[in-house]
Design a protein around this ligand. Structure first.
Ligand SMILES: C[S@@+](CC[C@H](N)C(=O)[O-])C[C@H]1O[C@@H](n2cnc3c(N)ncnc32)[C@H](O)[C@@H]1O
Length: 373
């Protein structure tokens, strides 16, 4: 992971050439026809096309599978247009939820350095760049998005970089905030990710993690214990467990953050309404938006995860998704729990002592100068 701004993917995006390796793995070049086919074919589970779009300079491939587009062969969430829209909506939900704020930590520095891991559509990083024009923001992802890593818009203080957060981080300067949102299920080894984050934070710097996942029982409604939703959630959990990327929210447990040395670990759980049942106008808006995001998310969360087990067909998954969606539409007071964790790296004692001494020396110097005048 190089700190320098990565070459802009779209700028060096060549017309991809079918490669032998892509061909032999049964993948083929993603063409405009594929795009059309994907658009018109999302309901056809029979066809499990695997196509790739290869940005040769960055060696990026898109994989088309069961009518959804993915950034690689393994990460379970799609990155196609429908998913990008869902991410745009969830970003707006978070803004309402946090009373318009983009982060739950207070950034004291005038020019903070910020790292957004798994930036997706880049909404958060882009809006942070407007709110903190003096900040330096690095937004990373393993996939290309229309407005994130794949955008042609250049912002002076945001650098979108293609980076896998599981790799060794090689940033040269520490960050004041490391932000991770919606990454439940992305990593098998959260402790080692947190260790890297700790190492790459400045003393006093923050980490902020935000997650909600229906697979982790975040969503509930009266009698949801005995529902298609519970079948859906437990199927996803066992599939994720088998894949070695647990779909739970254990990475938000304070002990996991304290282990590498984080202090001031604060967990906030917000129970958000889902649907039109709230009477309060703000809650109703929130409920409507969360319902839309969930209806769109049901398939996104599960299709690849479940079909990868070999125990589910795409048709079977879609059938279950329809039943879950129907429950969502008819459920009474449905809610969704969103969890936020913030923690900080302690200030180093010796550094504080050094600063104290430096300040005393400067004070002495000033006093001596004053006496000399
Ligand atoms: C559900 S999306 C959330 C996007 C964004 N953080 C947001 O809140 O809108 C998860 C993102 O994490 C990215 N991701 C998954 N695994 C990753 C990894 N190992 N390194 C970096 N990004 C990753 C995915 O490509 C995807 O864009």
């Amino acid at each position: 992971m190089e700190e320098t701004a990565a070459p802009h993917p779209n700028k060096s995006m060549p017309e991809s050439v079918e490669t032998d390796s892509a061909y032999t793995t049964g993948k083929r070049r993603w063409t405009d026809e594929d795009e059309l086919e994907a658009d018109s074919d999302t309901d056809s589970d029979e066809i499990s096309i695997k196509s790739t779009k290869s940005f040769e300079a960055q060696n990026i491939e898109y994989v088309l599978e069961n009518g959804r587009r993915y950034c690689n062969d393994t990460y379970f969430m799609p990155n196609d247009e429908a998913e990008q829209t869902r991410l745009n909506i969830t970003h707006q939900i978070c803004r309402i939820l946090f009373d318009g704020k983009l982060t739950n930590v207070s950034l004291a520095k005038k020019s903070p350095r910020i790292l957004d891991i798994g930036a997706g559509t880049g909404d958060w990083a882009i809006e942070m760049s407007a709110e903190y024009p003096d900040a330096t923001i690095i937004a990373t992802d393993i996939g290309i998005f229309d407005n994130g890593l794949g955008s042609t818009i250049e912002l002076p203080n945001v650098s979108f970089q293609l980076d896998d957060a599981r790799d060794e981080w090689t940033y040269h300067e520490p960050f004041d905030l490391i932000h991770l949102r919606g990454l439940a299920g992305a990593f098998s080894d959260w402790p080692s990710l947190y260790k890297q984050a700790f190492r790459h934070l400045a003393p006093g710097g923050y980490i902020e993690i935000i997650d909600a996942d229906p697979a982790a029982d975040s969503v509930a409604f009266p009698d949801s214990g005995d529902s298609y939703l519970s079948i859906f959630a437990s199927a996803m959990r066992s599939a994720a467990e088998a894949a070695g990327h647990p779909r739970d929210l254990c990475h938000l447990n304070p002990s996991v953050l304290s282990a590498p040395g984080f202090i001031d670990v604060r967990v906030k759980e917000r129970t958000v309404p889902v649907g039109l049942w709230p009477t309060d106008a703000r809650e109703k808006t929130l409920g409507k938006m969360v319902l839309i995001a969930l209806l769109e998310g049901v398939e996104a969360y599960s299709l690849r995860q479940l079909t990868a087990t070999g125990n589910w067909t795409a048709e079977g998954v879609r059938d279950l998704c329809e039943k879950v969606k129907m429950e969502f539409l008819t459920a009474g007071k449905m809610t969704c729990v969103v969890k936020t964790v913030t923690a900080r790296k302690p200030f180093v004692r010796s550094m504080m002592r050094k600063n104290d001494m430096l300040q005393k020396l400067m004070q002495l110097d000033d006093e001596t100068k004053a006496q000399e005048v």
